[in-house]
Design a protein around this ligand. Structure first.
Ligand SMILES: Cc1cc2nc3c(=O)[nH]c(=O)nc-3n(C[C@H](O)[C@H](O)[C@H](O)COP(=O)(O)OP(=O)(O)OC[C@H]3O[C@@H](n4cnc5c(N)ncnc54)[C@H](O)[C@@H]3O)c2cc1C
Length: 478
């Protein structure tokens, strides 16, 4: 038994949703395109899971955050796919792929064949067992990658009002979950081996700002140590976390955010891999010319840095997916993907954006005692990375533009004195920059609606009822 499509997208996450929108904009006939996903729901904006989804009161729920609301575009509900003749094969895991025969075999035994395949399988959360610690199966130990995980966190939070949570990992999932737990009146301790939070991106000075802020919200940091084991009760629930330095932390729940691994296994031995992902060229094409890879699973050439990178950010998933579709449907008019890496987070009332690369020498600027500050990274006399907390749309545009053009930096002391003014001056000197991405998206994304709701929701956390009213009104406008 089997079905045949011209285009198949394997994976039903962020990249799949944006690819589907691009297919419909550029023209695909009914019955030509199919999306296969092991998730039971149509593609959605995954970052909402650690933001609006976990809030008390009136949390974000589907269908409100289906792609592509994150960039203020159409919300692709299951009805949308039906109306556009795009087949959604949901709740279906692909268990093997044969790129030579151009077929995929699902766990239900169906063979789905394609002419062109887009791999958008994303990544999975790393499990504690991969680091030699048992306990992931306990009912109060949670991960966060999909809606099922998010629902589990919500249930476990409800089961321990005003209880104690231990968050393992100091990356963005850990940081955002910690904020949501506190808003749900859960006491939080964060444990990670590094010297400070967000160690892959933040400098010690930037991290210390956020850690002070978190301390002010009652969140405790236990740094420089890792999880060693759990204590369990007779029902198999975790009751305490034991760290390698001997510390014991009471725990009613645990959230683990210790990184991800790209879902490449179906293609190992068939396609070239690099940086842990599936290697593609500037056209998002893998080592097999009928197969493309996009999003978290793809390792692609970042022209700006002259090297192949695999990024784990939503903006890169959206834009790489759209680019692949443009290459497939309009090859003559589409050049190589020229991407400026972009990452953001919003926690409590804070909001930051980062562009480029955090390599070379770092220069901080702004008011670290106030609400607006940032950092530049300078390598070989050129600006290669920019971070800004608390900026306006124009200011984020400016740091993005200055980073994209690798502005010359002659003197680091002067750069520090100029601060944000350096990027603003460059931005004013230059004619408007052509857009980085396709389909009219601007250099700096509009604030995603769900994230705005999440951030605003946090600000008014003291008045959950007021937030619920406001949130409900906003949601009806989607
Ligand atoms: C909680 C959370 C918060 C985040 N917040 C931010 C943020 O604030 N800013 C930011 O820049 N990024 C953020 N991210 C990262 C961002 O969500 C990812 O970069 C993005 O989702 C990647 O999109 P993707 O389509 O490549 O992968 P995914 O969205 O993970 O989609 C992959 C899909 O493939 C499916 N799949 C995999 N294997 C198979 C198979 N064999 N058969 C069928 N289906 C399969 C999966 O079930 C899933 O549906 C966050 C991620 C998480 C989990």
């Amino acid at each position: 038994m089997g079905r045949a499509f011209v285009y198949v997208i394997l994976g039903g996450g962020v990249a799949a949703g944006y690819a589907a929108l691009e297919f419909s904009k550029r023209g695909v006939s009914p019955g030509e395109l199919c999306i296969i996903s092991d998730e039971p729901v149509a593609p959605y904006e995954r970052p909402a899971l650690s933001k609006g989804y976990l809030l008390p009161g009136a949390p974000a729920r589907l269908p409100s955050f289906h792609t592509c609301v994150g960039t203020h575009e159409e919300r692709l509900t299951p009805k949308w796919y039906k109306e556009h003749g795009i087949e959604l094969v949901l709740g279906t895991r692909v268990k093997s792929a044969d790129v030579r025969r151009k077929t995929l075999l699902t766990a239900t035994g169906e063979t789905i064949s394609y002419k062109i395949l887009i791999i958008a399988t994303g990544a999975r959360a790393l499990r504690l067992e991969e680091f030699g610690v048992n306990g992931s199966d306990a009912e109060n130990v949670c991960y966060l990658r999909d809606i099922a995980d998010a629902n589990r966190i919500v249930d476990v939070m409800k089961s321990c009002p005003e209880g104690n949570a231990v968050v393992i990992g100091g990356g963005y999932v850990g940081m955002e979950c910690a904020a949501s737990l506190v808003i749900n009146k859960i006491n939080v301790s964060m444990v990670f081996p590094e010297e400070h939070c967000m160690a892959r991106l933040f400098t010690p000075k930037i991290a210390s700002y956020y850690e002070d802020y978190y301390n002010g919200k009652g969140i405790k940091f236990v740094k420089g140590t890792i999880l060693s084991s759990f204590e369990f009760d007779s029902d198999g629930k975790v009751t305490a976390v034991i760290l390698t330095d001997g510390t014991r932390l009471d725990a009613n729940m645990v959230i683990v955010g210790i990184g991800i691994r790209p879902n490449t296994s179906l293609f190992e031995g068939q396609l070239t891999l690099e940086k842990g992902g599936i290697k593609v060229n500037g056209l998002m094409q893998t080592s097999n010319s009928s197969v493309y890879a996009v999003g978290d699973v793809a390792a692609f050439p970042v022209k700006l840095f002259g090297e192949t990178r695999r990024l784990e950010h939503v903006d890169s998933a959206r834009k790489s997916a759209r680019h692949a579709v443009a290459v497939i449907l309009n090859p003559e008019e589409t050049g190589e993907f020229d991407y400026l890496p972009f990452f953001y987070s919003r926690i409590f009332s804070l909001s930051w954006q980062f562009y480029g690369d955090n390599a070379g020498e770092v220069v901080h600027y702004g008011d670290f005692l106030g609400t607006k500050f940032g950092a530049y990274w300078v390598s070989k006399g050129q600006l290669v990375g920019s971070f800004l907390e608390g900026g306006s749309k124009e200011e984020y545009e400016a740091i993005a533009r200055a980073t994209r053009q690798k502005s010359t930096v002659e003197n680091l002391t002067e750069l520090e004195e100029q601060g944000l003014g350096f990027a603003l001056a460059i931005s004013q000197e230059q004619p408007p920059e052509p857009t980085v991405s396709l389909a009219g998206a601007s250099l700096v994304e509009e604030r995603p609606l769900y994230a705005w709701q999440a951030a605003a929701g946090v600000v008014v956390a003291a008045s959950v009822a007021g937030f619920a009213y406001w949130y409900g009104r906003r949601r009806r406008r989607w």
